[in-house]
Design a protein around this ligand. Structure first.
Ligand SMILES: N[C@@H](CCC(=O)N[C@@H](CS)C(=O)NCC(=O)O)C(=O)O
Length: 213
């Protein structure tokens, strides 16, 4: 297996900031599968995907296909897969014996958790984007600003309150689980925690605190 992981470039020293791509990276490292990373610019994701071959993962508001990172290219098999959860499932198949990303047939359950977890972070980008901008390459700034324009409401306080409610809900799931996530599960929350630590000194402390106010 020869894997190339496609991720978005940044101005950070190790370039890693994108939480969705970090999920795929964590899975590759967790299973000990060697891979290289191809850093691409945010506005070029569609162009690059059409060249390499992964399917779109969603639709844009105008109905046209939305291509996203992460996607991986297994050059030995000629397979290209987009979407962090589908990448995790792809990696599981040829190496069933080494640490499992989805133990005890939990792929469906974890996939559902991943969707619901992300759906509850809807306004995180809206309240943090302006602090993120310095870490984006110049090519990505205008592109990202247009995405943010689509997801934020006219009222910043409203976005904060929605985030507070959503994160309180997520906190509730963890409390019911004894205050922790599953010790062995797809690393969605872990990758967002990494994004969170990247936001440290910006809004992250407020986001963490907000569920306790
Ligand atoms: N469900 C997908 C979501 C991936 C996603 O939304 N990626 C964003 C970057 S974090 C992206 O590539 N967006 C491209 C765009 O909005 O044009 C996954 O888990 O991989």
């Amino acid at each position: 297996m020869t894997i190339i992981l496609y991720d978005i470039n940044s101005t950070l020293a190790d370039k890693i900031w994108n939480p969705n791509a970090s999920k795929a990276r964590l899975c590759l490292n967790f299973k000990g599968i060697p891979f290289t990373t191809e850093w691409i610019e945010h506005p070029n994701i569609g162009h690059c995907s059409q060249k390499i071959g992964p399917s779109p993962t969603a639709k844009k508001p105008d109905g046209s296909p939305l291509y996203t990172v992460p996607f991986n290219h297994d050059t030995s098999m000629g397979a290209a897969i987009a979407d962090s959860i589908l990448i995790a499932e792809y990696l599981e198949k040829p190496y069933p014996g080494i640490p499992k990303i989805f133990p005890n047939s939990t792929a469906g359950l974890q996939s559902t958790f991943n969707d619901v977890f992300l759906a509850n972070l809807g306004t995180l980008l809206a309240v943090t984007y302006h602090k993120m901008m310095p870490y984006l390459n110049s090519a990505a700034v205008a592109y990202m600003a247009a995405i943010v324009e689509r997801v934020r409401s006219k009222n910043r306080t409203e976005d904060w309150m929605k985030l507070k409610d959503d994160m309180s809900k997520i906190e509730g799931w963890y409390i019911r689980n004894g205050g922790i996530g599953s010790a062995r599960s797809h690393p969605g929350p872990t990758s967002w925690s990494r994004a969170g630590s990247f936001l440290k000194g910006m809004h992250w402390e407020r986001i963490v605190r907000i569920g306790k106010i």
